[in-house]
Design a protein around this ligand. Structure first.
Ligand code: FAD
Ligand code: DHB
Length: 397
């Protein structure tokens, strides 16, 4: 089997890349180890930056998002049982974020790609990457139903295979530098069949720990609470989860969170991670394969799309000019945006969570940071600009 760009993984990075390449006439094949049902059913991120929403529309895939997504002009920050609305739209000259779940985005991307003649092989696990330093790289893979290895020959390989995929390991260890921070807390996420409790997302810093109120649809809500990442989900009865959510989101002014049956729950650890370099010969890492952010800034999915936006543009330029040296810009261009998203995600995480490893001095600093957003327009604007998605650097266009 042969294609121009072999893509490992049908997550946001792989699927957006295939669409962007298709638009410029470059062929690709996606190998995805999971089934289509599994890919389209896994609940993850929820917030799309302004430019990602625009890109989805530009790709002609926005119909359902425009119908079913929630467009938010701001977020609420809460501390000391006080709520403060951050006017994202007003502070960014009219930009809003969209709450439209990752798996719904993936459904639209998969259906759109297949309708345009794109190729996604579900149930195909990439097992090895060959010849990344040559002009004829290939991906060895195995289909679920068979034990016989097959080869996908290509001009370039995009490893959009998430944090645990084989892509990053295919860059020799001596050529990689990895930066990592593990946080001493995780998030317990739930889906509940309940009506909206508040008109926008609430990020709450409470003495007992962080809580986030988000949404999925008028009848299904998404909520998170800070928890022990090593704890077992079985220790979290529904009653305990509601008790914690009430305690952390309460404002003492009569407002009350509306409960409903919990239909899904799970715990995720929080980490920051960056791999430099993101390129080895004709192998390119993008998305979670190259970096992880703690979810507090809602950046993971958006950053994955930003990487492949760069990659698709550079591959298009190489296609048109034949000049391979254009690809030398890939890593540095992506990393400039990645480190800013890492900074913002770390800032939001440290400001909003309870960290037993910190002193009372640091806790006071976090409250001062929150109060600065309330009292300083410059501080609020900086948060809003990062949250809605930083403008692209002129050199990165
Ligand atoms: P992924 O979405 O991980 O996609 C990688 C794909 O590659 C997967 O489909 C995988 O099956 C496939 N793959 C892996 N190995 C192979 C192989 N060998 N062969 C073929 N295919 C392979 N971000 C937020 O902003 N907010 C959140 O609330 C949030 N919650 C999250 C919850 C969880 C449990 C996780 C894991 C992540 C969460 N994230 C969240 C992060 C966000 O979802 C990711 O940043 C985003 O999915 C990254 O997209 P990606 O395409 O780079 O990787
Ligand atoms: C959601 C997840 C996030 O990480 C975030 O910062 C905001 C919303 C969500 O899943 O809805």
């Amino acid at each position: 089997m042969r294609t121009e760009v072999g893509i490992i993984g049908a997550g946001p990075a792989g699927l957006f890349l295939a669409h962007l390449l298709h638009r410029t006439g470059i062929s690709s094949v996606i190998l995805e180890s999971r089934s289509r049902e599994d890919v389209e059913g896994t609940v993850r991120a929820g917030v799309l930056e302004h430019w990602v929403t625009e890109l989805i529309k530009e790709l002609g895939l926005g119909e359902r998002m425009l119908r079913e997504g929630h467009f938010h002009d701001g977020i609420t920050l809460q501390w000391n049982r006080h709520r403060h609305h951050v006017d994202i739209e007003g502070l960014t000259g009219g930009k809003r974020v969209t709450v439209y779940p990752q798996h719904e985005v993936l459904k639209d991307l998969v259906a759109g790609l297949l309708a345009r003649g794109g190729e996604i092989i579900f149930g195909a696990r990439a097992t090895a990457i060959h010849g990344a330093e040559t002009e004829t790289p290939s991906i060895e893979f195995c289909r679920d139903a068979a034990n016989t290895p097959e080869m996908l020959h290509c001009d370039y390989i995009a490893a959009t295979d998430g944090f645990h995929g084989p892509g990053r390991q295919a860059i020799p260890a001596a050529k990689r530098v990895e930066y990592q921070k593990i946080y001493p807390f995780g998030w317990l996420g739930i889906l509940t069949k309940a009506p909206l409790s508040w008109h926008e997302l609430i990020y709450a810093n409470q003495r007992d720990g962080f809580a986030l109120l988000s949404t999925r649809s008028p009848d299904v809500q998404r909520m998170y609470i800070q928890c022990d990442p090593a704890g077992s989900i079985s220790a979290w009865s529904d009653a305990r989860i509601w008790d914690e959510l009430h305690a952390r989101l309460d404002t003492g002014d009569g407002w009350s969170l509306t409960e409903g049956p919990i239909v899904q729950k799970g715990i995720i650890p929080l980490r920051s991670f960056v791999c430099e370099t993101m390129r080895h010969g004709r192998l390119f890492l993008a998305g979670d394969a190259a970096h992880i952010v703690p979810p507090t800034g809602a950046k993971g999915l958006n950053l994955a799309v930003a990487d492949v936006r760069v990659l698709a543009r550079l591959l298009d330029a190489v296609h048109k000019t034949g000049d391979q040296s254009i690809l030398d810009r890939y890593s540095a261009t992506c990393l400039r945006r990645i480190w800013k998203a890492e900074r913002f995600s770390w800032y939001m995480t440290t400001m909003l969570h309870k960290n037993d490893e910190e002193s009372d001095f640091e806790r006071r600093i976090h409250i001062a940071d929150l109060d600065l957003i309330r009292t300083s327009e410059a501080s609020a604007r900086s948060l809003a600009e990062n949250y809605v998605g930083l403008p692209f650097d002129k050199g990165d266009e």
